[in-house]
Design a protein around this ligand. Structure first.
Ligand SMILES: Cc1ncc(C[n+]2csc(CCOP(=O)(O)OP(=O)(O)O)c2C)c(N)n1
Ligand SMILES: [Mg+2]
Length: 198
């Protein structure tokens, strides 16, 4: 059975984004997006709102299109489990500028805290390592989070972190929900005012 996980998800995300600079952030649906918003909304954050299972693939496309920029995908264990095959594709493409951080509460939090496979021993970090990620680890304390935050900009990935967090439900902090607005502000912030907003 799983050990007691004590990391606070809001503190984890606040720490990871404290010095985000020009980091491009893709968030999976639900709570990871609320965590990122609670840490401070940014035009360089692209919350998916839905599309469960696709966060890692959106991050991969972004990383390949913008090889000079660090890209972080922040998502949940349930979301990651739904798109597990994407780890194999990332392992083959090996973009050095892509990092994945999975907030693993061992639950489908948003839909009522049903246990996911990680509550029963499925080791996402081992899967990522087996897929060929350059770095893969399980993090259980804030020292590990701070070390991860310091490496986000190093572009020595692809990097995978399975972050074992407590199964808490902090207050909602919703990002904008208009998809066109999210896309246009992301493109303008990334590509400059000359970006074609059509
Ligand atoms: C294709 C699809 N299936 C199911 C859902 C319903 N759903 C929304 S969030 C969620 C759970 C997400 O769990 P996780 O990624 O672990 O995030 P947590 O809330 O636990 O942080 C589910 C099942 C959905 N939105 N889309
Ligand atoms: Mg979860």
């Amino acid at each position: 059975m799983s050990r007691a996980n004590t990391l606070d998800r809001r503190a984890v995300v606040r720490s990871l984004l404290a010095r985000r600079g020009g980091l491009l952030l893709v968030t999976g649906l639900g709570a990871p997006a609320w965590d990122a918003t609670a840490a401070g909304d940014s035009p360089l954050t692209f919350p998916l709102w839905g599309a469960m299972g696709s966060a890692a693939m959106i991050g991969l496309g972004l990383a390949l299109a913008q090889p000079e920029r660090a890209v972080l995908v922040l998502t949940g264990d349930g979301e990651m489990l739904m798109g597990l095959g994407s780890l194999a594709t990332i392992g083959v493409q090996r973009p050095a500028n892509l990092a994945l951080a999975v907030l693993d509460n061992e639950r489908y939090g948003e839909t009522g805290m049903q246990e996911t496979h990680t509550a029963h021993g499925v080791d996402l970090a081992a899967i990522a390592a087996g897929c060929g990620f350059a770095q893969s680890e399980t993090i259980r304390d804030m020292a590990g989070i701070e070390a991860l935050g310091a490496r986000l900009d190093a572009r020595q990935g692809p990097l995978f972190a399975q972050v074992k967090i407590a199964a808490d439900t902090p207050p909602l902090a919703l990002p904008p929900r208009d998809g066109a607005l999210l896309k246009n502000r992301f493109r303008a912030a990334l590509l400059g005012p000359q970006a074609d907003l059509a």
